[in-house]
Design a protein. Structure first.
Lengths: 211, 81
């Protein structure tokens, strides 16, 4: 249904619904991080702005009224809404193992603000090469355990969205150096060498000595 | 600027319109594997998703509120765009 005002392009918003009981809805629920039961009914908005997909969330009260939805979409259209990103809650024991566990919540604090060299494995749970990297990553973390200027970390890059990170393939390995070039600190330096403790260590060490 | 709402005509990336049967022309589409790509590839500025359980007792009521919201938004004047 289109309304054509004179000299302006109509803005279209499409309305769909997802039956959470259907067997096909797991992926779309994951995409929007809709957890289920306690959160239902839930309203989410997906928009494509400047080639980027952004998600918006209606904070619902117990009962969902048309007026809530109308207000939500109006505030989206007027640019008042901030998009949200998926993040897991940070586990309380994220520092327990040699490989530190990162989430969307603690990423900036650990990676960009800790003043340390942080080597990060961006993985996906379904990725075979990521599984293969796991023991190597643990060995690497053991090796640097006593080096107070280096952190070896990993993050589930599907469950945790990092809008500023360019992660195009899994696993993505990046070093975020302490100090140095601002872009390197923000975006990390991609590691494309062999996935061995030796190769990874060489890379880390060369950047430590540069800094 | 006026907001127009497409309730039913989802344009996919190849430019084909996915048309629902006439009796559902103003309906809210159910999202599923057959139309997921078309819905994500729509030329609409945004797609709204309602997550609801069809089996729950509140389904009809919630859908009514949702449809009503879509109707209310039609022809909306939004400033500042």
């Amino acid at each position: 249904m289109y309304l054509h005002p004179i000299n302006s392009t109509p803005i279209k918003v499409a309305f769909t619904y997802v039956d959470v009981d259907s067997e096909h809805t797991g992926r779309i629920m994951d995409f929007f991080a809709v957890k289920g039961e306690g959160e239902l009914p839930a309203i989410r908005l997906n928009s494509i702005e400047g080639g980027k997909m952004l998600k918006y969330k209606l904070e619902t009260t117990k009962e969902l009224h048309a007026s809530h939805i109308v207000d939500f979409i109006r505030s989206y259209l007027s640019g008042e809404l901030k998009p949200y990103y998926r993040s897991e809650p940070t586990p309380t024991d994220w520092e327990k193992e040699a490989v530190r566990v990162l989430t969307g919540e603690n990423f900036d604090r650990v990676v960009k603000e800790s003043g340390k060299h942080v080597m990060v494995d961006f993985y996906a749970s379904w990725c075979v090469h990521c599984k293969q990297l796991e023991p190597i990553w643990e060995e690497l973390a053991e090796k640097y355990k006593d080096n107070s200027s280096v952190i070896i970390a990993k993050i589930d890059a599907i469950a945790n969205e990092l809008p500023e990170m360019d992660v195009h393939a899994f696993p993505a390995i990046k070093l975020f150096p302490a100090g140095g070039d601002v872009t390197d600190i923000d975006k990390g330096i991609d590691y494309n060498g062999p996935r061995t403790v030796e190769g990874l260590s060489k890379f880390i060490d060369s950047h430590i000595h540069k800094a | 600027m006026v907001v127009a709402i497409t309730l039913s005509h989802i344009q996919n990336t190849s430019g084909h319109l996915v048309k629902p049967p006439p009796e559902e022309s103003d309906a809210v589409l159910e999202f599923g594997p057959t139309n997921a790509q078309a819905i994500f590839g729509t030329d609409a500025r945004a797609v709204s998703f309602l997550f609801v359980s069809k089996e729950s007792g509140q389904f009809e009521k919630v859908m009514e509120e949702y449809r009503s919201a879509a109707q209310q938004l039609k022809g909306d004047n939004v400033s500042g765009l």
